[in-house]
Design a binder for this molecule. Sequence first.
Ligand SMILES: Cc1cc2nc3c(=O)[nH]c(=O)nc-3n(C[C@H](O)[C@H](O)[C@H](O)COP(=O)(O)O)c2cc1C
Ligand code: SF4
Length: 689
Amino acid sequence: MPRDPRYDVLFEPVKIGPVTAKNRFYQVPHCTGMGNRLPQNLAAMRRVKAEGGWGVVCTEYCSMHPSADDSPFAYASLWDDDDVRQQALMTDAVHEYGALAGVELWHGGHHAVNRVSRLPILSPSGLPLHYVHPQHSKAMDRSDIRNLRRWQVDATKRALNAGFDIVYVYAGHGYLPMQFVSRQFNQRGDEYGGPIENRVRLLREMIEETKEAAAGKAAVAVRFSVEELIGSEGITHDGEGRAVVELLAELPDLWDVNISYVENDSWSARFSDEGFQEQFVKFVKQVTTKPVVGVGRFTSPDAMAKQVKSGVLDLIGAARPSIADPFIPKKIEEGREDEIRECIGCNICRASNNEGAPIRCTQNPTMGEEWRRGWHPERMQPQRNDDAVLIVGAGPAGLECALALGRRGHRVLLADRARALGGRLNRESVLPGLATYGRVRDWRTGRIATMPNVETYPESDLSAEDVLGFDVPHVAIATGAIWRRDGVGHATHHPVPGYERPDILTPDDLMDGIMPAGGRGSAVTIYDDDQYYMGGVLAEKLAKVGFAVTMVTPGMEISAWCRMTDEQFRVHQRLDSLGVRFVLNRRLVAIGPDHLRLACTYTGKEEELSAPSLLLVTGRTPDMSLYDRLSSDQDALKAAGIRSLARIGDCLVPGAVVHAVYSGHKFAREFGETIDNDAPYRRERIFLA
Ligand SMILES: Cc1cc2nc3c(=O)[nH]c(=O)nc-3n(C[C@H](O)[C@H](O)[C@H](O)COP(=O)(O)O)c2cc1C
Ligand code: SF4
């Protein structure tokens, strides 16, 4: 299909200093949990982005020197020529498709704890570290500053040898050059401290020297956070953030602007909308003639075109949208924008980073699997046989499995008891802040609707007999999971005495429309031992309709795992603003008729808490009823010609939506293939000399 002319503007080339991006799609630096440990995996992933049409594809944060060591988190590095060889894998891959390769040279200052290198942690003024750690940073003296400038220059030269087209000076997200800009962290009395003109001195020198080292062979970009969202203590877009851009306006070849720290920059969809950074960065183009790239979870081509046409941005920066769909530019270019797999803003990609694991994505199950499993987001290997597959359950696993099998060419029959396909996605996407989860459903149902080989059977509550009568050789059960009613969770491994209390509710009840007793003003206690989003989301829902909510958790904080998705502090803020009361570090030991017995998770000391109305958000159990009935009668399966029966998604192992989608995709990829489950994927190894 021809491209919609409304989006022509997105395909205009943009000159960035001595190089030219072929279009306005710019994959900003984002980490992958792979860094210098998994260079081939990394290069294959970035190659897919370039193939998907991004005009610029950047690295993640790329350490310039061993004093910038973020271990155990994976980061790229350009410390020596071996690192150059690693990085060249990425630049070669990116250049294959005519994209520019950008490298984000990084020094973390007091964010880089140097756990492996064991070098002194550097910072402008030698304070306790930003993250709690039993070490302080060293106040950089003049020779440290000279060294830092030299490291940036040396790394720039290596970057050129590695083939990069854009080299960054990275003064964002609270890292070292930004620490010099910041009044909070720069308390120096010399020419690098004091007024803002002095505090930008280091950044200015680094830009000038990087330009000199780049010698017109690569563009020099500055990534700078113009806002920290901490008020006048910090950098503000209408205060010192603006002043910095004004002072350095024409110096770099490109301004890459955003807000800090990363948890603000990668703001989740639960708490922000597409384009949320415009209010902070729109001034930048007014004070510089250099091209400007900005971010804001852009997935809509209209929103992207508007950013350019209204003069806010020259280049559309994307981290998460390019993770969820590496082919966004190609799809827009080919008039297939309805095929864009939109990021849902769940921040599972951030969680993998925060947990030190290679990158994972809810929407894109192939992310991070490009090299080791050979998965491609746009291509499935053709079917090995023409067997049909019946999938029972059209939640995230069933939908993804049906789509992926259908793309391989199989005939697929997808049944669900509900009228609307989507399973848990339908139920959860109507909860506060989770509307975008509906995109996991919508993208898949939209694609499936175009595939004649995938038949859907809504409102089909299949019994075992029904399945046996379908005349298909393979059945995958994707009937999901059920929230437990017995209190078993992370902290409690056996049913809690008193769990038979008849009025106890679970998230399933609330999602079925059952509300706690009473109404406005009535008290309800939520015991949250799931500790991800569900407890907090239901607390929000109940508080908003007037319940007096108390949230009890064995965790040290509310919705503790949301720390991994960079959302925990916002969950706390929102629930606090709604008047939710928090009881932390308390494990449920018994449920009484109108109260709970709780034990302190540290001391075991017990106490009673009044709980006339109780919602348990704890573990889940796979809904295996249909699977069990089928698998218990092997003769019947044989007689019906069913050669394989499998479970996928939450019905196999309950998890987050990301796990269910992955499970469905994996089943489809491996269907009919010979898989060595003892060595299921390629590994990158350290070879002994
Ligand atoms: C998984 C992940 C890793 C990131 N790592 C980096 C990084 O290494 N360097 C950096 O400057 N920004 C990093 N960011 C921030 C992004 O570059 C981007 O500015 C932010 O996510 C907002 O853009 P988006 O809404 O398009 O995701 C990361 C973001 C994500 C989601
Ligand atoms: S994990 Fe979630 S937030 Fe991250 S790219 Fe995928 S869909 Fe978007």
